[in-house]
Design a protein around this ligand. Sequence first.
Ligand code: GCO
Length: 476
Amino acid sequence: MLVVASVLSVVLLVGFLGSLLLLLRWNRRYPEPRLDWTKVDTEVVRFPKGFLWGVATSAHQVEGGCDNNNWSQWEKQSAPDGTPRISGGQNSGAACDHWNLFLEDLDLIRQTGAGAYRFSLEWSKIEPRPGRFDQAALDHYHQVLDALNDRGIVPMATLHHFTHPLWFERLGAFEKEENIPHFVRFCERVFSEYQGSVRLWCTVNEPAVFATMGYLMGIFPPGRRDPGQAAHVLRNLLLAHAKAYHALKHLPGGESASIGAVKNIFQLDPHRRWYLPDWLLARVGDAFYNEAALHYLRTGTFKFSLPGVLKLQTMELEVMGSLDFIGLNYYSHVNVKLLLNPRNPVSYAARPGDTMTDMPYAIYPEGFKRALHRVSTLGVPIYVTENGIADSRDDRRAQFIRRYLYSMYRAMEDGCDVRGYFYWTLMDNFEWAEGYDMKFGLFHTDFVTQKRTLRRGSRELSRIIREKTGSTNQSQ
Ligand code: GCO
């Protein structure tokens, strides 16, 4: 009797709170904020002097010759139903041959007007066997850093951007907390090597993407679909970040280095404003994808639960206070809709009328400002470590740049402490499961001749950097 009464009161309470929430938003057409862009003057933007404008890449996506990591193995495999892991059976192969063409590519950065470069150090090349560091690979990145220095380009180095050596993958990678010291040892080695030339360091890239794609959706290696494992991997990656952060801070040069983690934010917004299950679904998805990491970084407590499926709660105080800055990667949001189809219970379809990118998500600049406000709650400076559009026709890129930068400007006006912006990406490259089909580059890459050609739409970024930076009407 008592049980029935408590269940009923919970249902009533949820229903009451749900209706209240929806009533509060009754006058809005959509649950999420939307601007009428026909009324917005994007030319009002101004960015402070010293604002860091950059472009971003990652090793596996551009270097070529990555044949000893978790992705190189994955690219050779097929899914259980026989379909290749990468769209069209492609593999990263020679990629943009950036390993050999980096001098020319760094000249291209200058050509865009940007003055910073976010790139990643390929762990599998530097430490091909546990504890054995490859001098030629270490030397290579010294050459890259020297070339950046010669060109006056500020480096930002990422220590883990989705790839790690095969030996680490075989040990169970970030599935196991006891593997974290391997990552920390790698971080210490490369930090000691390069700290004289690199001030800005990103430990891990997008832990929630890594965990979701690899362990929940099975689209990235190792192709699992296990919510419990996904939650553990997410937590372990963030813990690995914190352990690396403290280890590096204790090394010579650690105090003056600026070390952060990179968080991707994709808002999960309810598709139907009036339908409570969509709100609940959005809430659960957001709890895993966004809030678990932010809460862990803020409080040192990692918690995630799926009623009846899993409950994970741990506390590691070292995670609190492990950020000199937060890197934000922002592209878009998704609208989630609960379907009455047990095989396929969630739809991520965009709203009718949305302008799509070539990836399966819409252009949603309003979300950029929301995401900046959200990561501001961490209380540390922000670098936008990625933002960009896959646009093979190059007919949306210029407007994308204008509107997203307008949103960033508005967030800064509101007080968000944004110190820099890195465009994803310098040139078309290997877009993970999508292979070479997605064209995110400021430069088009011809993968036969390795010729890079500046896209017309990309000039908008250069124009804004040139015309809108360093005016006096900003207090920062
Ligand atoms: C990611 C990575 C990048 C992607 C970029 C475009 O988010 O997956 O950080 O490596 O290429 O985001 O999707």
